[in-house]
Design a protein around this ligand. Structure first.
Ligand SMILES: *Cc1c(COP(=O)(O)O)cnc(C)c1O
Length: 355
């Protein structure tokens, strides 16, 4: 039976990326050696990192004066690296969910943190809009896509101070005006690569402004100056990331990814809104295109486990909702084909006919 992979992360990657990675693990470029058993500084691997960086810059139209680096540690380590590198006195954070909260917690270890707004009182079902960003803070941080709650900030926010964003789960799903940010980061395992690599886009001249000592490995400058090769980087995930970036380019770039994301999200949200058995959990204007959360309508609440079984038996994988929201979450990342969304919709319609 065909599986439809709606996992939230790690999650679906283009099939050809997985196949080419598998091939490189067996025999890298006909060398007779595996990608896993050669030096990261070898003449065969160096161009991989360089191509990944240059494709990242090209696809996101990253202006001069910005660096792209690949690190280990996941987005969770960035929650600490960001304040380490940018927070001198005070930072402003928008609290839109679990990941934002974790970022706030780390920042508090480095200075004063102003939570400009929060939607915690409504279980993070919407994105707060009317808030004031303090002009005297060092930066404003937000999470563009709330993977767990299914809300998304789909535009580049205006701010009187430098902006930093966690884009772990919606990077490469739309064009971004990079010039509005000093730093964008994310774990790669949602839309880019297998787990193990983190991407960071950083404005070079925004660095070097804090007075504290920054440990070598936690200093963005170390990795910029060494082309992500200060120490051994996660070579296999970087190789896959490079292949995914090639794939995005071949498909037509981030504009095309956005078009597909809108199309898939519109299809699924329309069905959620039409089908009497289900309701969406996020405020309509803030609905994520990447993580689509829905629950049983109150009068059908007892059917939740049955629908999960029904859908799983028809090849739907990873649609169980996160425990913070319950119900269902269909993650529709770049690599998820429209046919998978169509298959889930058909499941929902068949299940409706039975009830
Ligand atoms: C998954 C996720 C994280 C955590 O990423 P790790 O790489 O596991 O540390 C952080 N932020 C967002 C928005 C995420 O989706």
């Amino acid at each position: 039976m065909k599986k439809h992979n709606f996992n939230a992360g790690p999650s679906i990657l283009p099939r050809e990326v997985i196949e080419s990675t598998a091939q490189a693990i067996l025999d890298f470029k006909g060398s007779g050696l595996s990608l896993m058993e050669i030096s990261h500084r070898s003449k065969d691997f160096q161009p991989v990192v360089e191509e990944a960086i240059s494709l990242f810059k090209e696809l996101l139209n990253i202006p001069d004066g910005y660096s792209v680096i690949f690190l280990g540690g996941g987005a969770s380590l960035e929650f600490c690296m960001v304040p380490y590198n940018f927070l001198e006195h005070k930072a402003a954070y928008l609290n839109t969910g679990t990941w934002a909260k974790k970022a706030i917690k780390e920042a508090k270890g480095f200075g004063e943190v102003i939570e400009v707004a929060s939607s915690a009182e409504a279980n993070y079902s919407y994105i707060p809009k009317d808030y004031i960003i303090p002009a005297d803070a060092d930066y404003f941080h937000f999470t563009s896509n709330n993977t767990i709650y299914g809300t998304e900030i789909k535009e580049d926010l205006d701010s009187p101070i430098p902006v930093i964003a966690d884009m772990s789960s919606d990077i490469l799903s739309r064009p971004i005006d990079i010039s509005k940010y000093v730093c964008i980061y994310g774990g790669a395992q949602k839309n880019l690569a297998p787990a193990g690599v983190t991407f960071v886009i950083v404005k070079d001249d925004a660095l070097g402004k804090v007075s504290r000592y920054i440990p070598t490995m936690l200093n963005y400058k170390t990795h910029i100056d060494n082309g992500s090769m200060f120490n051994t980087p996660p070579v296999v995930p970087i190789y896959s990331a490079m292949l995914t970036l090639r794939w995005v380019k071949e498909q037509g770039g981030v504009k095309e990814m956005e078009k597909r994301a809108i199309e898939k999200a519109d299809m699924l949200y329309s069905e959620i809104d039409r089908n009497k058995l289900f309701v969406g959990t996020a405020a309509k204007e803030d609905r994520s295109r990447m993580n689509i959360c829905f629950v049983m309508a109150p009068e059908y609440a007892e059917l939740e486990a049955e629908f999960l079984k029904f859908a799983t038996a028809r090849g739907m994988e990873g649609i169980k909702g996160h425990r913070s929201v319950g119900g269902f979450r269909a993650s529709c990342y770049n690599a998820l084909p429209k046919e998978s969304v169509q298959a889930l919709i058909e499941c929902m319609q068949e299940f409706e006919k039975l009830h």
